[in-house]
Design a protein around this ligand. Sequence first.
Ligand code: PSU
Ligand code: MN
Length: 319
Amino acid sequence: MPLRPPAPAPQESDRPLPVLSAEVREALAERRPVVALESTIIAHGLPRPRNLQVAGELEDLVREAGAVPATVAVLDGRAHAGLDSGQLERVAGDTALRKLGHRDLAPALALGASGATTVSATAFLAARAGLRVFATGGLGGVHREWVRTQDESADLRLLARTGITVVCAGVKSILDVPATLQRLETLGVGVLGYRTEHFPGFYLSSSGEPVDWTVRTPQEVAAVMRARDALGGPAAALVVANPVPRADQLDPAVHDRVLAGGLEVCRERGITGQAVTPFLLEYLTRETGGASLEANLAAVRGNVRLAARIAAADAAVAR
Ligand code: PSU
Ligand code: MN
């Protein structure tokens, strides 16, 4: 029996995945620095309408540091890296936008859906486009109620398989931080403390947990990226853990008290799965009178600036 010939592979050129903005395409072709930015933080992690202002501000910070921003999202079944101002407005303003992890990409593309991308989906699409550096607020990880819920963010497994550098303020402090660090070790994801011997605590400058490696400059991060590339082997992400400045952190006592209340409400109302992280971020913002939001924003701004400097240092060696 003759075998049925395989379907022809779709031409990259007629349907690039993700679709690149002209600015991102040109920068990549000329090996200029580009920084990927995620959109879930905009659509589901920050209150409207401040989120639109923040989305623009983060892109400006990347540009001021001499790099090109590539915000990633899925709109009407097409994945994008690099959004125009209308698309960014849609990500910030459309309340029907879904939250897409890596596993949601295929259904979203096939069914023409629109959604913001989490760390897992953003890292995947950014790496596919050839981007090497990505900035976010805090990674997802192992939730505190893991024994009961088995809730571990898909961010971790995806990062274990994707050769990208993620700049973050650690993992969200709503999580079980020691368990998440253990998972990162098991999964082979490298963790560098940026000018710190301690893993940051997202809203807090330190989670109290030690890190094995400390780097002091963007050039050192770029050197680690080169060494990882030269080693070869299975792809895995490098996490650059950049603490929020101490002056901008949330008061640790307020953090612990309000977070305990938020976790209690989650239990009472049975909030689970994808809803947990947005719920807790919003709860903390409300119950701290906006102080947690300011700490979150300070962390994200610092990460975006550092990511741009790392992308520039990496591009300088690549030339
Ligand atoms: N960083 C922030 N705010 C956020 C997130 C990160 O400062 O909202 C998002 C990221 O998109 C991350 C997601 O991937 O939270 C984790 O969600 P979950 O725990 O459902 O995997
Ligand atoms: Mn989760």
